[in-house]
Design a protein around this ligand. Sequence first.
Ligand SMILES: Cc1cc2nc3c(=O)[nH]c(=O)nc-3n(C[C@H](O)[C@H](O)[C@H](O)COP(=O)(O)OP(=O)(O)OC[C@H]3O[C@@H](n4cnc5c(N)ncnc54)[C@H](O)[C@@H]3O)c2cc1C
Length: 497
Amino acid sequence: MANDEDEVLTAMIRTGEQYREALLQEREVFVGGERVADVTKYAPFRRPIESFVAQYDAKHSAELHDVLTWTDPDAGTFDISFLIPKSHDELRAKGAAFAEFAKLSYGCLGRGPESMAALMAGLEESCEWFEQWGEGNHQKVLDYCHYVRDNDLFVTHALGNPQSDRSKQSHQQDNPYLHLKLKEERDDGIVIRGAKQLATAAPFADEVIVFPNGRTFGPGDEEYCLCFAVPTTASGLKMMCREPLVMDDCLKIYDHPFSSRYEEIDALLVFDDVFVPWDRVFFHNNLFAANNMRFMTSVAAFSGHLSTRRAAIRSSLTVAAAMELCKSVKTADFPNVGELLGRIAALQKALEALVFRAEEDPRVAENGTYFVNPDALTASGLLYPDFYTTMLETIKRTGAAGLMLTPTQADFSGEAAEFAETYFAGADGMRGSDRVQIAKLAWDLVGGPIAQRMNHYERFYIGEPMFVGNFFSKSVELNEGRELFERVIKEGKESQE
Ligand SMILES: Cc1cc2nc3c(=O)[nH]c(=O)nc-3n(C[C@H](O)[C@H](O)[C@H](O)COP(=O)(O)OP(=O)(O)OC[C@H]3O[C@@H](n4cnc5c(N)ncnc54)[C@H](O)[C@@H]3O)c2cc1C
């Protein structure tokens, strides 16, 4: 039983029930033309909320409490994702926790509470950077990060502008308030109007943070350069959700192991004259800060660490599923199929090697913070989308008709159960119901309702690959290669003399 001291220290970690209760606060969520009265009771949201509830509860479980949480003598006990690692072991502990968080949802929930907690740790790590944009700004950022950490809040983020017309800057759009813009400065804060995207899991979150996602703003866009946070219940904030990919909250886990539970939904956020008090405004009207925040703060590095761990978990399951699928009908023994499987296994090992390099060859900043190796992190983020797509393609090519011809769990207990068990059977005496379960799992990774969205998510979760790749081409460390290059150039010149 917990003693008094334990009770005080664990007060910062919410239970699933406390999280669910917070969702009852009024918020403006729109789906299919209607306002959702209670997100906890809305069928397409019920199972995903259960999944997030389970994540909060996991932090209290005997098995995972010590892995997923961290106790600081001054701050108490909190989700380890909020930790700023000051030793190599702390960095490793975060990596191990990120993997466990990912396993809870088989890597399907890209933007769960721990994901934004990791980002908040990066924000806190960089709080000094904000001081140059206004006196006291570093304290505002610090206070906000601690508020989120100490209340174990679920944050969503919306960094991009609506696509509207990408050939024009924000201030050149037909409607000046299409992209989120400063409308009014007041003594007590600012009023903002316009839209931001794309906030995954917004209806399930407590808070939303907005900051620019790359070098997207130009002269004339100053009033669009905003970095702030508000509660998702803020007056005037409207969450316009895309069409849910799964409307039914009764899908069987056997039939749809991932789609039945992990539709994390995405939303456009409309700020219809939302007031933001000054203590929640981290900078505004600042082109330089807006275009450089991503590259000059620790936000991307800290959230990237989590994403890289999650991605490697998701792909490990995908490769294993491909192999089991082929084993179930013994196509795995054909050398051509074996080669395809071997190739995706190699991609998986390359991803795992990047995770290992990222954590085992860290960079230590002057302030003592441990960062994952930046090159390994970015390489993983840039390569993963294509690696993952190749894995999915391999499942499609090798699974062939077996992926399509899948009855339901009910068929194995219904009137024709005997026929189903017999004629859907696999190799080596595998029962029909066992073989079909593997095929359904594989299809839910590749072509089920949320599979396509996941594939799209994997391509864009690091942000616009153009910015990331371009930045990497300038920042990557290639000393050995450059030295060799210089040497052979020198040899060439000397041979002319
Ligand atoms: C499933 C999913 C979930 C997401 N979740 C989140 C989230 O939780 N929070 C969040 O903030 N974002 C989220 N995003 C958004 C994601 O970060 C963006 O999709 C990504 O940054 C790319 O931006 P965009 O979609 O606006 O594409 P665009 O910027 O519109 O780009 C479209 C195409 O045009 C090209 N292009 C655009 N502008 C230029 C230019 N100036 N010069 C040359 N080429 C150009 C791009 O290279 C690209 O090929 C999510 C996206 C997806 C798909």
